[in-house]
Write a protein that binds this ligand. Structure first.
Ligand code: FA5
Length: 344
């Protein structure tokens, strides 16, 4: 038994130095101990053999523990959200002073702030909607040809009417919800005055002023006695505040199923005097659509059009910002190019 104790001591010391820990199980000392068993008197063999097995089990446990420790070291948890290369020995964090708010985000804040001073509260839109809010609630019945102007991305999943969900092509999808949510304002003799700045999507031929993903700000104002003069004055005031300079604005009659009458506001092209690729040689850049809310849209939200009237508008924020900062191509916004973004 003393022989076994000596072997235990020697093997334990050697184990600490071994690179491949399992080699301890092939050690000469262990083989020699097993070789001793048949040489012993019969009555001692069993106890000796059991003691050698105990030593072997101890060594196996030590090997297993060492291998498990190596494995858990090499599989240390990976934080996939870490803002640096997790494999780098000395991670370099991105310096925060090099980050900036996206120019569209900065300008959305400014737009909301100006409308806020004019008494409008802000609401968010959504990035997936149903066809009721995209079309029916806005007076586009099924099969209406104007639906083609709002061709957008769709899901394969259908809503309860069996129609695919859509990525909203305009922020007007929120009109019905806003009119219902703020209905109590009318009962309290207050106006409904809400803006909705958010992202919209269209199946679009891309060029310098058309993107498939862009931002709009919707405005909805409803009270007693609202007329088109108030609409034009509100938008002119907003544009004056936003650009902080005089701009030539052109207001043309237009058509939207959800407003009657409808208008389109265009701004003089800041990039040319006689026509260029940004304004398609027209010298004007269409900025927003607007009009008096159609009685059917008010009725769909439970508002009596004989008592209340209102106006609505939908302005392209990307184009608004392009003209403020002389950005000649709308596609810069979604390009993620740092040399563009770092200018703001
Ligand atoms: C609409 O989207 C209507 N919902 C606006 C509206 C709201 C009218 C409320 C009446 C009442 P339109 O498709 O014209 O209308 O788009 C409005 C503005 O969004 C445009 O004037 C333009 O500034 C911007 N816009 C439209 N398509 C694109 C595009 N592909 N890329 C960038 N901006 C666009």
């Amino acid at each position: 038994m003393e022989q076994i104790e000596q072997a235990r001591k020697a093997l334990t010391e050697r184990f600490a130095e071994l690179d491949v820990k399992s080699n301890i199980l092939k050690a000469k000392e262990l083989r020699e101990l097993y070789g001793e068993i048949p040489k012993l008197p019969v009555e001692q063999r069993s106890a000796f053999g059991q003691a050698v097995n105990v030593l072997k089990n101890e060594l196996e446990t030590m090997v297993a523990a060492a291998e498990a420790a190596v494995e858990s070291d090499s599989l240390s948890p990976v934080d996939v959200t870490a803002p640096f290369d997790i494999n780098a020995t000395r991670p370099k964090l991105l310096p925060t002073e090099q980050g900036t708010t996206h120019p569209l985000t900065q300008e959305i804040e400014r737009v909301v702030e100006i409308f806020g001073r004019m008494g409008f509260v802000a609401e968010e839109s959504r990035e997936i909607d149903d066809q009721y809010h995209m079309f029916e609630s806005l007076n586009f019945p099924k099969g209406h040809p104007a639906r083609d102007d709002y061709d957008t991305f769709m899901t394969t999943q259908a809503d309860t009417d069996g129609d695919p969900y859509v990525a909203p092509a305009h922020t007007s999808t929120m009109q019905n919800r806003i009119l219902k949510k703020y209905y109590a304002n009318l009962e309290n003799d207050e106006a409904i005055a809400v803006v909705v700045p958010d992202r919209v999507f269209r199946n679009e031929d891309l060029d310098a002023r058309h993107e498939h993903t862009f931002y709009q700000v919707e405005g909805v104002y409803v009270a007693k006695g609202v007329h088109a003069g108030m609409l034009v004055a509100t938008l002119q005031k907003f544009l004056e505040e936003y650009y902080d300079r005089k701009l030539k604005v052109r207001v043309n009659p237009f058509y939207f199923p959800f407003t009657e009458p409808s208008f389109e506001f265009a701004l003089e092209c800041p990039f040319c005097e006689s026509g260029c690729s940004v304004c398609s040689q027209s010298k004007w850049i269409e900025l927003l659509g607007c009009g008096m809310i159609h009685p059917n849209v008010l009725k769909a939200a439970g508002i009596d059009p004989n008592v209340y009237t209102g106006f609505a508008f939908g302005c392209g924020i990307d184009r608004l910002v392009m003209m403020k900062h002389n950005i000649e191509d709308i596609r810069h916004f979604e390009s993620a190019k740092l040399d563009f973004l770092r200018q703001f």
